[in-house]
Design a protein around this ligand. Structure first.
Ligand SMILES: Cc1ncc(COP(=O)(O)O)c(C=O)c1O
Length: 391
C-alpha cells in the first residue's frame, strides 16, 4: 500500500515530549515531578457536583448549542475580574476558549502563514512552540534573566524581524517559574506602540502567587491594543473542565472567533455555566487562597530539599506557580539523569524541549504542585541517589 499523504505542516512534528514522558510516569510507585498537574485534592469536587446538577436542571439551554464567543455571564464576570490585574475590558473584548491552549492555537491560526516570524522567550512553554511549528512559523528567540525577558533584546528582534507575533509567559513562567518585573512590563507596553507586532500574554499562573503580590498584566500597560491576554481556569479550578479565555481588541478576537467556529463551534456550555456559578457564588477567591497556601507549603518543602542535591546545581527561586527550574553542571545531561531517576522511581522533565533552538541539555523542570509534601521529600532522596549513580 502506498503511504498516507500527510500535510506538510505535520511532517517533521514529534509528539509532545512531556506527554510521552508522562506515559512512563503513570506507574503508581513513581514519584513524578514531571507533569504540570494541579494537586488532585485541590479540586472543588463537591461544590462543582452540586452546581452541575443545578445548572443542568435549571438552565436547559446549556444543553443546546451556544455562541462561539462564549457564555455571556461568564464573559462579563471575566471582564470584571481582570480589572484586578489592571486590564480594562468590556465583555465583548472577552472570548471563552477551551483552555488557554486553544487561545494560543486560535491566535496562531488567525495570524501565522508559513514562514511568518514569531518571537519567543528562551526557554518557553513547549506546547506553544509546537502550535507555532504546526502553523509553520519561523522563530526568533529573546533571552532574559531572573527578572524575565530582556526588553532591549526583545525590541531589537522586533525592530529587525518585524514579527507578526510575540509570545510571553510573564508570570511564574512555564518552565522556569520566573516572573517578569513590573518595570519590564511597563517598558514592553510602551515599546509595542512603536511596532506592528501582536503580543500574546499567556498567563495561566498569575493568580497562584505565594506572596501578597499579584502582578499587573503587561496588557495593563498596553496602549497599542496589540496585546491578547490569555487566562485559564485550569490551575485555579480544574484543567479537566477545559476552560480558558482571551481578552483583546475586538477585531483580533473576531478573527479568533472565526477560527474557533471551525475548531469546536464553542466551548462546552456545561463547563462555562459551572465555572460561572462557582465564581458568582463567591467560591473563586477563597478557593484560590487555599491553593496558594497549599502550593506555597509544597514549594517551601521542595526548596528545603534542594540541599540534598549537589550545591553546583543552580535553581530558580519562584514565588508562585507550579515549577522550579534547575541547571546541572555543564556537561551533565538531564535526559541521561532521567533514565537514572526512573530506575529510582522518580521523574522530572529534561529542559531541552523548552528551547526553540534545542541544546541546554543540562537543564530540568521540576513540578511541586502535584506530589504530597512527604512524597516531595522522598522524591528528592531518590533524586539524590540518581545523581550519585549518574555516569
Ligand atoms: C504557559 C501555559 N500556557 C497554556 C497552558 C495550557 O493550559 P490550559 O489547560 O488552560 O489549556 C499551560 C498548561 O500547562 C501552560 O503552562
Amino acid at each position: 500500500m502506498s503511504e498516507v499523504r500527510y500535510a506538510e505542516r505535520l511532517k517533521n512534528m514529534q509528539g509532545n515530549v512531556i506527554r510521552e514522558i508522562l506515559k512512563l510516569t503513570q506507574q503508581p510507585d513513581i514519584i513524578s515531578f514531571a507533569g504540570g498537574l494541579p494537586s488532585p485534592d485541590s479540586f472543588p469536587a463537591e461544590i462543582l457536583a452540586d452546581i452541575a446538577r443545578e445548572v443542568i436542571l435549571d438552565q436547559r439551554d446549556i444543553l443546546q448549542y451556544g455562541t462561539t464567543e462564549g457564555y455571556q455571564p461568564l464573559r462579563e464576570f471575566i471582564a470584571d475580574w481582570v480589572k484586578g490585574i489592571g486590564i480594562k475590558a468590556s465583555y465583548d473584548e472577552v472570548m471563552i476558549t477551551s483552555g488557554s491552549q486553544q487561545g494560543i492555537d486560535l491566535i496562531a491560526k488567525a495570524m501565522i502563514d508559513e514562514g511568518d516570524t514569531a518571537v519567543m522567550e528562551s526557554p518557553t512553554y513547549l506546547a506553544a512552540i509546537q502550535i507555532l511549528k504546526t502553523y509553520q512559523a519561523n522563530f526568533a528567540v529573546a533571552h532574559g534573566d531572573h527578572q524575565g525577558v530582556w526588553v532591549d533584546e526583545l525590541e531589537q528582534i522586533i525592530a529587525r524581524e518585524n514579527p507578526k507575533l510575540a509570545y510571553l509567559v510573564p508570570t511564574f513562567q512555564n518552565p522556569t517559574g520566573i516572573t517578569l518585573s513590573v518595570e519590564r512590563r511597563q517598558a514592553i507596553g510602551a515599546m509595542l506602540t512603536r511596532y506592528n507586532t501582536v503580543l500574546v500574554e499567556d498567563d495561566p499562573y498569575g493568580r497562584l502567587s505565594f506572596t501578597d503580590e499579584i502582578m499587573p498584566a503587561i496588557k495593563a500597560y498596553d496602549q497599542s491594543e496589540r496585546v491578547v491576554y490569555l487566562g485559564s481556569f485550569s490551575k485555579i479550578v480544574s484543567p479537566g473542565l477545559r476552560l480558558g479565555f482571551a481578552v483583546g481588541e475586538k477585531s483580533i478576537l473576531r478573527k479568533m472567533v472565526i477560527g474557533k467556529q471551525g475548531t469546536d463551534v464553542h466551548t462546552n456550555n456545561l463547563s462555562q455555566a459551572m465555572v460561572y456559578e462557582f465564581c458568582r457564588r463567591g467560591h473563586l477567591g477563597p478557593h484560590i487562597a487555599s491553593i496558594r497556601e497549599q502550593y506555597g507549603h509544597k514549594l517551601k518543602t521542595m526548596q528545603g530539599c534542594l540541599s540534598l542535591l549537589p550545591a553546583q546545581i543552580k535553581w530558580t527561586k519562584p514565588t508562585g506557580g507550579l515549577f522550579i527550574w534547575g541547571e546541572l553542571p555543564e556537561g551533565m545531561d538531564a535526559a541521561k539523569l532521567l533514565t537514572a531517576a526512573l530506575k529510582e522511581k522518580v521523574a522530572f522533565i529534561p529542559g531541552e524541549s523548552f528551547y526553540v533552538e534545542g541544546g541546554h541539555r543540562n537543564t530540568l523542570r521540576v513540578n511541586f504542585s502535584n506530589a504530597t509534601p512527604d512524597n516531595i521529600r522522598e522524591g528528592f532522596r531518590r533524586l539524590a541517589r540518581a545523581i550519585e549513580n549518574y555516569e
